[in-house]
Design a protein around this ligand. Structure first.
Ligand SMILES: Nc1ncnc2c1ncn2[C@@H]1O[C@H](COP(=O)(O)OP(=O)(O)OP(=O)(O)O)[C@@H](O)[C@H]1O
Length: 286
């Protein structure tokens, strides 16, 4: 749902043109991850290089088990690299306060809270919102939550309980929860993986709009190559485990992108090329 590397966002900078000398948001420097100890070890990530500028939307794709989620764990400081370095916001991860929002395939909500209170949860936890929350600023935060819920098509659903919402509606609420504290960094791990195609495509559009509004830095893990190309400013392709980034390319399509654009020749060519890269990097496929 949310992690906070020490506390609040530093002064955000959303005015950076991706890839044009903006300030660094994420850097992996020969970051390697080996799970387990002794003889029972799994090298999940080979020494990996990655640099993401502030305001970029990077989609991470690759075969199952190649270490995509492991990269998100490194960046969110849930996991330390076995060797190498991970920098977030220009400093070693954890050394600087960076606001982070997260959403996963399973949008877990606290069942005893209303949808609105679930969305507002980060504001209760994350400084500086936490102290303002206590100082009777709840009304202001309620308005903020309701405005976000409206943007994702959930106007009027704030008072419902999570069990009264469909899977797609819960994922919309989960996006609101990830963004309510205006994080600098948004980490998304297959957020639409469990949804039907129509709902998924609708949510791509919603996420694109939310990103265009404030341009947080986004790292999206997905198996869906159309999703990667629709949303990403850049796509990084990983090799099979132990994974590392074997291809890194910008997505040149204009914004706002539409679903019909995903059937254009250039777009189809891009997704086919990604598919081939992933397929041919698999040792078990000829
Ligand atoms: N806590 C852990 N202990 C041991 N091995 C782990 C642990 N977490 C992940 N792994 C292994 O590390 C490898 C990479 O896992 P990771 O979840 O990062 O892959 P992924 O690319 O996100 O996979 P998928 O696309 O299937 O979700 C996998 O082989 C996985 O089994």
């Amino acid at each position: 749902m949310l992690t906070e590397q020490q506390s609040t966002r530093a002064t955000p900078s959303f005015d950076v043109v991706p890839g044009e000398g903006g300030r660094e948001a994420i850097k992996l420097e020969k970051a390697e991850v080996v799970y387990g100890r002794g003889k029972r070890t799994t090298q999940a990530l080979a020494p990996t290089q990655l640099r993401v500028e502030k305001g970029e939307f990077v989609a991470l794709v690759g075969p199952s088990g190649c270490g995509k989620s492991t990269i998100l764990k490194l960046v969110s400081n849930l996991l330390a690299p076995s060797s190498g370095h991970v920098h977030v916001g220009g400093r070693e991860v954890g050394a600087k306060r960076v606001g982070v929002g997260m959403a996963f395939q399973n949008p877990t909500m606290l069942p005893w809270l209303s949808v609105r209170d679930n969305v507002m949860l980060p504001l209760k936890i994350v400084p500086p919102f936490r102290s303002r929350f206590r100082k009777a600023r709840k009304g202001e935060f309620r308005d903020r939550a309701d405005a976000l819920l409206e943007k994702v098509g959930l106007k009027g659903f704030g008072d419902k309980q999570p069990w009264q919402l469909s899977g797609g509606m819960l994922q919309r609420a989960s996006l609101c929860r990830a963004l309510i504290h205006e994080p600098e960094l948004l980490l998304l791990d297959e957020p639409f993986g469990a949804l039907d195609q129509f709902t998924r495509e609708e949510l791509w559009g919603i996420l694109q709009n939310l990103w265009l509004e404030s341009k947080p830095t986004v790292l999206l893990v997905t198996h869906d190559l159309r999703e990667a190309a629709f949303l990403g400013t850049r796509i990084c392709v990983m090799s099979p485990r132990p994974g590392k980034i074997i291809d890194d390319q910008p997505v040149p399509m204009a914004r706002p992108r539409t679903i019909s654009m995903t059937y254009d020749q250039d777009f189809v060519r891009l997704t086919q090329q990604l598919r081939e890269l992933i397929t041919h990097s698999r040792p078990d496929v000829a």
